[in-house]
Design a protein. Structure first.
Length: 263
């Protein structure tokens, strides 16, 4: 009987020990969504982003979601998980415990020297916490990643591009020299196409807008005065001798009046 009781106590002790051991997920690549809360598109974008970060900075970036921490603190759980996954000093892990509303980033010593834990915490509180606490995990990731990319670019003097990931649109790079040249060309063409091609008569009769005086007026005035005061023929008459001189003089006078009438 005593042996049976001892055996039962040993089994209970083993069970309690097993229950007390935290469960850690196996690493499935850049994204380990053990809690199954991320959409497929978010996972794909995270994988692409992690590869971009690795190419530009040599940082290995991981995202892990779990349901619970099994009695561990977030820090202890993250430290044990990093040990199990053999992460090194230049890695960064975003750990999310959805069942306990806890989250944090945990980097190695090399990463923490570049981006301090205080800055990491500020990024999470500013860009991640709001949607996360509303259980909108995909939106939390979508808001956090661009902010993280900006901080990494500053810390490592690199140019991590999102290229449409998480719905983010890159601002177009403007070539100001080319832009100015194109605008100048468009303006120059517009100026030339807006110039009205004038006939000879329009050029002659066109007035200066400020003075009402132009070379065309002078030429026409001289011509009309010659008509009015032209040379007399042998009989002392003006004109061609056909008797139209008075009529042409009147028309010329009317022309002069109309030409110099500025109203």
């Amino acid at each position: 009987m005593k042996k049976i009781i001892c055996l039962l106590l040993a089994l209970l002790l083993l069970c309690s020990t097993a229950l007390a051991t935290p469960r850690y997920p196996n690493k499935l690549g850049e994204v380990t969504d053990a809690a199954a809360v991320l959409s497929q598109s978010t996972v794909k974008d995270l994988v692409k982003f992690a590869k971009e970060v690795d190419d530009e900075t040599s940082i290995d970036f991981y995202v892990v979601t779990v349901d619970f921490l099994d009695g561990e603190t977030l820090e202890d759980y993250a430290a044990a998980l990093r040990d199990q996954w053999n992460l090194h000093g230049n890695d960064l892990m975003l750990l999310i415990a959805v069942g306990e509303d806890k989250f944090g980033t945990f980097g190695g010593e090399g990463f923490d020297r570049k981006v301090s834990p205080q800055v990491q915490e500020k990024l999470l509180n500013t860009h991640f916490a709001g949607p996360f606490l509303q259980q909108n995990y995909n939106e939390a990731i979508a808001q956090y990643i661009p902010a993280l990319a900006t901080e990494l670019n500053k810390a490592y003097d690199e140019n991590i591009k999102l290229n449409g990931l998480f719905g983010h649109t890159e601002a177009p790079v403007v070539n100001w020299a080319e832009e100015w040249s194109q605008r100048w060309a468009e303006t120059n063409v517009k100026v030339h196409t807006d110039v009205k091609v004038k006939t000879g008569l329009e050029r002659v009769t066109e007035e200066d807008k400020d003075t009402g005086f132009s070379l065309g007026k002078v030429i026409l005035t001289v011509f009309l005065l010659m008509v009015i005061f032209g040379k007399k023929d042998r009989r002392g008459r003006h004109g061609c001798g056909c008797g139209c001189a008075p009529f042409s003089s009147i028309l010329a006078a009317l022309g002069l009046w109309k030409l110099w009438d500025n109203e």
